[in-house]
Design a protein around this ligand. Structure first.
Ligand SMILES: Nc1nc2c(c(=O)[nH]1)N[C@H]1C(S)=C(S)[C@@H](COP(=O)(O)OP(=O)(O)OC[C@H]3O[C@@H](n4cnc5c(=O)[nH]c(N)nc54)[C@H](O)[C@@H]3O)O[C@H]1N2
Ligand SMILES: Nc1nc2c(c(=O)[nH]1)N[C@H]1C(S)=C(S)[C@@H](COP(=O)(O)OP(=O)(O)OC[C@H]3O[C@@H](n4cnc5c(=O)[nH]c(N)nc54)[C@H](O)[C@@H]3O)O[C@H]1N2
Ligand SMILES: [Mo]
Length: 759
């Protein structure tokens, strides 16, 4: 058998040579609409995605841009909408037919495939069936469970980043009025490290660029991100930049399709000719976990170029007047040899030089990154290194330049802004006290990993989740499932059934809510909600489809009803008003957080940008300056025979929601149990494509975790690295394996062993 021909391997593996996007994107989107039996309903919804009067795409947090007159087509946004608009229903009869044990046998794809939840359900302790319950009883039961706690810190309020500002604000108000800052969220698993690092270096934990900057940049760096799959609308911005000659430097162990070539599906001629725009001018492929070494290699060279030219490469005037720590940063670079950086990253000095040349020649550079940088042990350093790079040439607070952590969930940034965080800032606490007249808790609450550890120890009695699927999103699946099952009551607000609902709590309430794409009518009339995109633009979102079921409540309504049951309408707490008219929630947000002044007025049209101090070159750091910080070169020691595993998303999933089993751009059809490996690493283990392998990881305590039944795919990936899909590979990640400082799980650099299963 020809070992290099992927088609001989018994796996349907055909790495596509086609550009990203194009006709494949259109046909794929249509097939997902058909699969959900929702061509009409879903098609109607698609026309309204990301329109000023429509709803915000639940796909990702990339901004919309000014040209919203025609539907901005995005294949993966279309899938997200199709799956939300499905005509399938997981109703009481579904749960009467299927016990929890039956449901647990379904995989994530089939579980959510049961369809939309349409009525409140309850599973009593000891029972294996969910049964219908009235809203009144569900709300009363939740309030009673909370009221019976000996201390408020025995409750945990989780939030997933799709939640609107209005719902999120009520949710955190509920938790804080109840008395706890236990407000973990999906950002703890996502861009936590970016927030922590940027707060240290530039004094604000958000990206500093706006969409217009992509029209002005000379160079764009993209690290640890796969926009072709996860932020497809970003490809238009990059394509337009490339067409006017902007340089794009991609840094990623994998050659990702969308970073190589792209056809805009709304350009018919190019689509027909399959003629793509080449997306990157430099493509560096380091080992997973080594970005600090790569960035240091680049910056070391920039420093040399500056010295050789007698200045003028580095923006010394900016460094002088706006920054602190330059000298020790330079001393660290000088003390670091190229050889050590080459050894750590697997790249050559020539590669550092090529990227450094692009950076040196560019007058305005944007630096983008996502999970490849933040899900690392040294994740905070990764982001600090991006910030150092930007500061060298004053690439922040000027047109065409800036730092751009590309957010995941469509409102994860907004949720944080309105108070979803276990570490509230004084501004929020003071605002809540001033407006509502109660003393909010000040001690830090639990983040996501800490919450799971507290549950494991039996210290949490009520776990409430506003969306998400923590059982599958969190690492260490077996322990996470066991931990989630310990609280007396799990309360899950959701659109579709998932594994968290099956394992979450000794008794469980399942509260079904309206989705983004659906009409939300309250007693004062039709409502809209607001969200914040990755570039701090606050804008409205209003669904237009008829709700999936008559009994559905909106997320703000559910939060308000629990609040009312616990505390009643008293003082500044106007739970009934808030449920009836979301403008009154926005008024409350504005009173607490002055950055939202004239919220209801300003959100009427295209929305408004929240102020970003660093983008104005105001530095809210303790020193009042932007700070250079030295970053130690990562020292990744593997034991003999180990590989570095990264867990990544396929083209057919939204986090734990598995739409289908294909990964078109990587040439995988109809399966998810694949392990991408370098040919030399396969040869060293006498592996052939399609072989069944077992992957194991061993933690510091010597405990071995195992993922079985993976099939090897020979892939263009650096030697020493391998990749598989999240969430299945979460079984391999110990809860304790987290980034220093930000406590974010290390999902992109898991030391593993791979062994063939002999049959
Ligand atoms: N369709 C779709 N859209 C989504 C999502 C989805 O699941 N589906 N999820 C949303 C969410 S919540 C998020 S956070 C984003 C996620 O968006 P991404 O961050 O793009 O998602 P990942 O699949 O985790 O991809 C990480 C990328 O980092 C690379 N990588 C891994 N390790 C390293 C490393 O050490 N260094 C470098 N330089 N690169 C590395 C991988 O090869 C991969 O290309 O997407 C959002 N949008
Ligand atoms: N190994 C590994 N683990 C990871 C990652 C990784 O790259 N590798 N990525 C991490 C990242 S970046 C993230 S953001 C987390 C994601 O963590 P989560 O946000 O917790 O998970 P999701 O899969 O996005 O949540 C999906 C569920 O949300 C519910 N849902 C969907 N829409 C709505 C809605 O409108 N309202 C409500 N109330 N519920 C809704 C549905 O029931 C669905 O089952 O996972 C993290 N885990
Ligand atoms: Mo995310």
């Amino acid at each position: 058998m020809n070992r290099n021909d992927p088609r001989q391997d018994g796996l349907d593996h055909d790495p596509s040579a086609h550009p990203a996007g194009g006709i494949g994107a259109v046909t794929s989107a249509l097939s997902h609409l058909a699969k959900e039996e929702t061509v009409l309903r879903g098609g109607r919804a698609l026309l309204a995605v990301n329109q000023v009067e429509g709803f915000d795409c639940p796909g990702c947090a990339w901004p919309e841009g000014k040209e919203r007159s025609t539907a901005e087509f995005c294949e993966n946004g279309a899938k997200a909408v199709a799956h939300e608009a499905t005509t399938r229903r997981a109703d009481a009869s579904t749960f009467a037919r299927l016990s929890v044990d039956d449901l647990l046998k379904l995989d994530d794809h089939d579980l959510e495939g049961l369809g939309r939840l349409v009525e409140p359900l309850y599973r009593a302790e000891g029972s294996r069936h969910f049964r219908p319950i009235s809203w009144d009883d569900a709300v009363r039961m939740t309030a009673e469970a909370l009221r019976s706690l000996p201390t408020p810190d025995r409750a945990v309020f989780y939030t997933s980043g799709r939640t609107s500002n209005e719902a999120a604000f009520l949710w955190q108000l509920l938790a804080r009025r109840f008395g706890t800052n236990n407000l973990p969220d999906c950002a703890n698993l996502c861009h936590e490290s970016s927030g922590v690092a940027l707060t240290q270096t530039i004094g604000v934990g958000k990206g500093s660029v706006q969409l217009e900057d992509f029209e002005k940049a000379d160079a764009i760096f993209i690290l640890g991100q796969n926009p072709g799959t996860n932020h497809p609308r970003m490809l238009s911005a990059i394509m337009n930049a490339r067409r006017r000659g902007c340089e794009v430097v991609a840094i990623n162990p994998l050659r990702e399709r969308g970073l190589e070539s792209f056809v805009h599906p709304q350009e018919p001629l190019n689509t027909v000719l399959d003629r793509g725009t080449s997306m990157s001018t430099v493509y560096l492929r380091p080992l997973p976990g080594s970005d600090v070494a790569v960035l240091k290699g680049i910056m070391k060279r920039v420093l040399e170029l500056d010295r050789a030219a007698g200045g003028g490469v580095i923006d010394h005037a900016f460094v002088e007047s706006h920054t602190k720590g330059f000298d020790s940063f330079v001393a660290d670079l000088d003390a670091t040899s190229y050889e050590s950086l080459e050894a750590a990253s697997g790249l050559s000095r020539a590669e550092f030089e090529t990227a450094a040349r692009v950076y040196a020649d560019s007058k305005a550079t944007i630096i983008c990154w996502a999970m490849g940088l933040t899900q690392q042990r040294n994740a905070v350093d990764n982001v600090i290194a991006c910030s150092n790079l930007a500061l060298l040439k004053g690439n922040i607070g000027k047109p065409g330049a800036g730092l751009c952590p590309v957010r995941g969930h469509s409102n994860v940034q907004g949720d944080r802004t309105v108070g979803i965080t276990n570490r509230p800032r004084t501004m929020l606490i003071d605002g809540l006290r001033r407006v509502f007249g109660f003393e909010p808790p000040k001690d830090h609450g639990l983040d996501t990993l800490e919450s799971l550890q507290a549950m494991e120890r039996g210290e949490v009695d009520v776990f409430l989740a506003m969306g998400g699927n923590l059982a599958q999103a969190a690492p260490d699946s077996a322990r996470t499932h066991a931990a989630l099952s310990r609280p007396k009551l799990g309360v899950h607000i959701a659109t579709k059934p998932n594994r968290t609902h099956l394992v979450g709590g000794r008794a469980t309430l399942l509260l079904p809510c309206l989705a983004r794409s659906e009409r939300d009518v309250q007693s004062s009339g039709a409502q809209f909600v607001t969200v914040e995109d990755s570039m701090s633009l606050i804008h409205r979102s209003q669904g237009s489809l008829s709700p999936a079921g008559e009994a559905l409540l909106s997320e703000p309504a559910i939060a308000a009803r629990i609040g009312k049951a616990l505390f009643g309408n008293s003082g500044g707490f106007r739970w009934d008003d808030w449920e009836n008219d979301y403008a009154s929630i926005r008024d409350a947000i504005e009173s607490v957080l002055p950055i939202f002044e004239h919220y209801n007025d300003r959100v009427r049209g295209d929305g408004f940008h929240l102020p970003h101090t660093a983008a104005r070159r105001e530095w809210k750091t303790p020193s009042g300056k932007a700070e250079f910080r030295p970053t130690p070169t990562p020292d990744i020691r593997l034991r003999d025979g180990e590989l570095r595993l990264m867990t990544i998303r396929s083209h057919d999933q939204y986090n734990t929601t598995v739409y289908g089993r294909n990964d078109r751009y990587r040439g995988i059809a109809n399966r998810r149990n694949v392990l991408f490996m370098n040919g030399d690493d396969m040869d060293a283990r006498h592996l052939m494509p399609g072989d069944e392998v077992v992957v194991t990881s061993t933690d510091d305590a010597g405990i071995v975790r195992t993922q079985k039944d993976l099939r090897v795919v020979r892939y263009d990936i650096p030697r020493g690295a391998c990749a598989s899909y999240f969430p299945e590979s979460n079984v391999l990640i110990p809860i304790e394996s987290a980034s220093a400082v930000s406590n974010q799980p290390v999902s992109k650099m898991i030391p593993v062993r791979v062994e063939r299963v002999r049959r």
